[in-house]
Write a protein that binds this ligand. Structure first.
Ligand code: GMT
Length: 383
């Protein structure tokens, strides 16, 4: 099969999943064409069957907003025509699916199918806002197949967008060999003393991630046990988080590491992974932590409960309740036997429910289903 993959190339989970999925498909013998405005962050080195096409967006003085979606549509069309793609997998409904649909309309003699994967932000934030609501609804109809990374997100999409079509739930996945506590490229002692616990948070520090709650929680924990907090990533709320750490007197124990390409190494030496998100359709970094045997403390929101089993692989708390978050963390870390059970269950869950080897065939099977028929593209189909 010849597959095009359109994704955001950045550090976000959707780009990571799109890239790892594309690579896995290439390793299964399919020809895979990545299409984006930059090389996706996890696409490194030569990989057999993989191509990368960069979208250029010419800027003219007249264009206050360079039309990326149109440049992307033209580029998809060129690639479809020169390589004969069978299927285009768009990660994010807007603008990627819309560009793919436009290319589909233009590619008169080269029919190809469109699969859209909904990741969360496209549906819960961007697509719900008025200017993008109708176009997101249209993208859902225009796709030949739609998948969502959690059941929560599929249900949410059906309700919010009245999407009268099948949305296949395919959970995100993790490479359990790569994300493994045994693989430590650097020692734990680089970050903490033997008696200190290591807390880790990874995100893009956007307001939805509530990173200041994590600092608040950590300041409470620090009064009760020796610990270090590693903040991985960057984003708009970093400045506030740093200021809060100073105000609460924990700045010497909170380390901002910026974007890291080797998150597996950091997770492998962590004791606890923490997320305070207001909403999370899945929470890929949490799954990567579980795979390293690191229990997760996160909010009882969105699809998080599909990733973290409360009371078994992690613990959930109400959004904003940093006291409860701190209590849960201290209780778990100070009960060695319970912690060990959580850690083992975390690794086990990643291996049995979310392993790359089990999830990739679900996508591949879905691709074939879509290629073989009009898959769930029912109501209000664009003609
Ligand atoms: O969370 C973000 O801001 C990044 C966003 C993305 O585009 O990568 O993440 C979304 O997709 C991830 C991969 O499927 C999910 O693990 C995240 O939960 C989801 N983010 C939200 O739902 C807020």
């Amino acid at each position: 099969m010849k597959i095009g993959v359109v994704c955001y190339p950045s550090f976000g989970g959707s780009g990571v999943i799109a890239t790892e999925l594309g690579i896995a498909m290439a390793q299964r013998g399919h020809e895979v064409h990545f299409i984006s405005y930059e090389t996706p962050i996890r696409l490194q080195g030569y990989i057999k069957n993989v191509y990368y096409h960069e979208v250029q967006v010419p800027s003219y003085p007249l264009f206050k907003y360079p039309p990326y979606a149109l440049a992307l549509a033209s580029h998809i069309l060129e690639i479809v025509q020169s390589h004969g793609l069978d299927l285009l997998h768009a990660h994010y409904a807007i603008p990627h699916t819309i560009s793919a649909y436009l290319a589909q309309q233009m590619a008169e003699n080269h029919g190809f199918k469109i699969v859209t994967t909904l990741h969360g932000t496209d549906i819960m934030l961007v697509g719900r806002e008025d200017p993008y609501r109708s176009i997101t609804q249209f993208a859902l109809r225009a796709s030949d197949g739609v998948t969502a990374v959690s059941k929560f997100l599929a249900d949410y999409t059906h309700e919010t967008f009245h999407a009268d079509r099948e949305i296949r739930v395919i959970h995100n996945f993790v490479d359990t060999n790569r994300f493994c506590a045994d693989r430590r490229p650097f020692p734990r002692s680089d970050f903490a003393e033997d008696n200190e616990k290591i807390f880790t948070h990874i995100s893009n520090f956007r307001p939805i991630k509530r990173v200041c709650d994590i600092i608040q929680m950590f300041a409470r924990v620090s009064k009760r046990l020796p610990a270090q907090l590693l903040m991985v990533g960057d984003g708009p709320d970093q400045v506030d988080a740093e200021a809060l750490a100073r105000r609460l007197g924990v700045e010497d124990r909170v380390r901002f590491l910026g974007r890291q390409s080797n998150v597996e190494g950091i997770l492998a030496i962590s004791d606890l992974f923490v997320m305070a998100s207001e909403m999370e359709s899945f929470g890929l970094a949490s799954l990567e932590a579980l795979s390293c045997g690191v229990p997760v403390i996160g909010t009882r929101q969105g699809g998080f409960g599909e990733v973290v089993e409360a009371g078994k692989t992690g613990l959930l708390f109400e959004v904003g309740d940093t006291q409860q978050m701190a209590d849960l963390a201290v209780d778990l870390l100070t009960d060695e036997k319970r912690y060990l059970q959580f850690s083992q269950s975390a690794r086990q869950a990643a291996m049995t429910q979310f392993s790359v080897n089990d999830i990739i065939p679900l996508y591949e099977g879905y691709y074939f289903e879509v290629l073989n028929g009009d898959h769930g593209k029912r109501t209000g189909k664009p003609s």
